[in-house]
Write a protein that binds this ligand. Structure first.
Ligand code: C2E
Ligand code: MG
Ligand code: MG
Length: 439
């Protein structure tokens, strides 16, 4: 176990618990490119001053490109949360540097520093960073949200060791430790199962269940994602043969990472596999990946469209894509990011965004899928809004092939919800949703 050098922990008579935290600022790196390094650094230094002002017994460690590490003291976890919430509020107050006004938006992850440790260990540090990157494996005990708490009681070898994970991955692929689960997608109007999405899972005998998003993120960094994606497509094609034999002609969408779109050798291999496949395969690509290299994305997508492979833009809305090239993409479907769906019936803004996304997609001749549909009220609202397809725990959780076969066999097409006014203005929808919640 090695120790992380920053931040220093004060040794004094204060007997309250010690905590380590990292705050990361959203959209700070592009802002830094706009205003220059000097101004950006001054912003972070001012932010660090605010942290010191807000946190008792605080001491600031390393200041990164868009983050600040710090330690502080609090009576317990609840008090730490309370102080961090105050700290975030202070950080988000407008600040002015060199005549330019800035408004920071931060997310903070924190963990108690065990009483017997004098420094922040690498494991603790990695766990906090993993929680900030939305990594499910770090399993922040405090959930997602803007203040994320790490449960340090989780065995660190399972949570934290990225290197061990990367080392184990090739063998896991060869040993078929990975498997694919399927999450069906429902036609909003007919209630029929339109297609399913393939999602990767890894149950490692030594590391335990590995978070998918963590594995994918690491594999994207090392290039292992290429082999993983080929493995997934092969597995999906095998499973599709089983589905076909059981009488189901279901299109299955495979997730594809952005960097692969510009890998011509990889794409040629994928096209070959698709061409010789018995079943129908579709591709989901994340909106952010399209943004990273629009030209490569457009060329690949054009080739896929020519081969009649349906392509969906995943996580739409999370990447702030440019409409200018979105209209040039030969894609057939937009999947609205679940972050807009999860609070559809409780937020004021999300219904407006979702409604606008649906209209936008329809204007571009695309169908719209809402992902992350978790309850019936959300389903009804999406139906009213004119959404075409639904996916989420309310419809079905991701399941292995036998589960999918049983689901397709046993779940009859659900009748579409009662007809609803198609042109209901968004504001009334919000109002209607809130009224129903209040009852
Ligand atoms: P995604 O493609 O946007 O998939 C949706 C994620 O939301 C899945 O997480 C799914 O399990 C989860 N989900 C589905 N319905 C609900 C719901 O109602 N509520 C909530 N809270 N979550 C729901 P999962 O399986 O952990 O996958 C995470 C991401 O990892 C995927 O997001 C996708 O971007 C990526 N991924 C998964 N499998 C692969 C793969 O084979 N290749 C690549 N490149 N990426 C993959
Ligand atoms: Mg997806
Ligand atoms: Mg998605």
């Amino acid at each position: 176990m090695t120790s992380h050098p920053a931040p220093p922990i004060k040794h004094d008579a204060d007997r309250r618990a010690r905590f380590f935290a990292v705050v990361a600022f959203e959209r700070f790196i592009p802002a830094r490119q706009t205003v220059g390094f000097e101004i950006a650094n001054r912003i972070l230094v001012r932010a660090a001053d605010r942290i010191l002002a807000a946190m008792q017994g605080g001491s600031v460690g390393r200041i990164g490109h868009n983050s600040i590490e710090f330690s502080f003291r609090a009576a317990d976890v609840a008090a730490a949360r309370h102080d961090l919430s105050h700290c975030l509020a202070l950080l988000e107050r407008r600040l002015e540097i060199a005549g330019v006004a800035f408004q920071l938006t931060g997310t903070v992850a924190f963990a108690p520093i065990p009483a017997d440790q004098t420094a922040v260990t690498d494991e603790l540090f990695d766990a906090v960073l993993a929680a900030l990157s939305g990594d499910g494996q770090g399993a922040p005990a405090g959930g997602g949200g803007r203040i994320r708490q790490i449960d340090t009681r989780l065995p660190s070898s399972v949570q934290l060791d990225d290197l061990a994970l990367l080392r184990a991955l090739p063998a896991a692929l060869a040993a078929d430790e990975l498997h694919v689960v399927y999450q069906p997608k429902l036609d909003c109007r007919t209630g029929r199962h339109l297609s399913a999405e393939a999602l990767l899972r890894w149950e490692s005998p030594t590391l335990g269940p590995v978070s998918t998003i963590r594995m994918i993120t690491l594999a994207e960094r090392t290039g292992a994602i290429r082999d993983i994606t080929i493995w997934v497509i092969r597995q999906v094609l095998r499973d599709q043969a089983v589905l076909h034999a059981a009488g189901h002609d279901l299109c299955i969408f495979v997730n594809m990472s952005g960097p692969l779109l510009s890998d011509q050798g990889f794409m040629a291999e994928v096209m070959g596999m698709i061409a010789s496949a018995q079943g129908r395969l579709g591709i989901e690509i994340t909106e952010t990946s399209v943004i990273e290299d629009p030209q490569a994305a457009i060329e690949t997508l054009t080739a896929l469209a020519a081969a009649d492979v349906p392509v969906a833009i995943d996580d739409f809305g999370s990447g702030l894509s440019s409409l200018a090239y979105l209209k040039r993409l030969p894609v057939s479907e937009l999947k609205i990011d679940k972050m807009f769906i999860s609070q559809l019936t409780s937020s004021n803004r999300d219904p407006l965004i979702v409604r606008a996304s649906i209209d936008l997609a329809h204007a571009m001749d695309m169908t719209v899928t809402a992902e992350g549909v978790e309850d019936g009220m959300c389903q009804s609202l999406l139906h009213v809004m004119g959404c075409d397809a639904l996916q989420g725990y309310h419809i079905a959780r991701p399941m292995p092939l036998p589960g999918l076969l049983a689901f397709l066999r046993d779940t009859p097409a659900r009748p579409a919800p009662a007809p609803a006014p198609v042109d209901t203005p968004p504001v009334r929808l919000v109002h209607a949703a809130n009224t129903r919640r209040a009852r």
